[in-house]
Design a protein around this ligand. Sequence first.
Ligand code: CP
Length: 333
Amino acid sequence: MSLTRFMDLADFSREEVEDLIALSNHLQTHPEPQALAGKILGLVFLNPSLRTLASFQAGMARLGGNSFVITPGQGTWGLETRLGVRMDGSAAEHVREGLPVLASFCDALAIRAFADGKNLAADVADSTFKAMADLIDKPFINMESAINHPCQALADWKTLNDLEIAPRAKFVLSWVPHPRALPLAVPAAALHMAALRGHEVVVARPDGFALPEEVMARARAAAAQSGGSVTETDDQQAAMQGAHVLYAKEWGCTRHYGDAAADAALRAGLEHWQVNNDTFQGAVADCRLMHCLPVRRNVAVHEAVLDGPRSVVLKEAHNRLVVQMAVLHRLLA
Ligand code: CP
């Protein structure tokens, strides 16, 4: 399978995803320290990161290549992403010039740009991110856009493989508390990943926090292809009955998208959605906890679960390095 863009796990069939994971498994046991010798990866972070930044740099180095990191506005010019604006604010440069220039310096470019968080339709359409990607005439990687995080989804799929979680197993994606609204990219990507893998997927979320219908419909279509299913409920405990995997994630309210005050009012009193040991009542005995990290201890997930045997969050994070090496190898070797 040749690859020029890694934008969305939904662009791949189950077989193509398994093919990428097979390559990542191969690279784990048969390192190729010269595979990308002479190649350069440009990494543009319009938003913060720990795992994505470090794992891409480490992965590139392990394959013999190099990378540079741009954090616009922090030692480099601030980058404007909006079209048609009068640039009399803090950003000195527009992505329409900045990104093609950066792409001309490297062999592949990767961008992280979170949702604007104001207009749900625009964020679900990923229009700003797609416009940036269209400026790049090199292999391109989505390191998290408004509505997608394919690198996380691929690492999560591999983690489920490593744990020998059967495709038909019950996968619960549950909303968990956070002090403020977070983007929809990870829950949307995790939902699609689990649906495409063929799971019985249940999305548990409070009233007002339903994932956008476009995201749910896409996941239902993927599940139909894979023999799985996708349902949703506002009853976390009911969702957990018979669950094999609990994927905890924080996200913002969609009913009042972009309205911080309304979001805060809606999430007040939802602390009981925090994952703790009681959350697993009714689940299978070895039900696992997944989370993409970073996670707020004792807000989103109780430390007893994070530090206990159910948690596979560190394995998931390590798999980011491993699967991204396969993506880099396919794009550049
Ligand atoms: N899960 C994830 O993408 O982590 P970072 O935000 O630290 O990169």
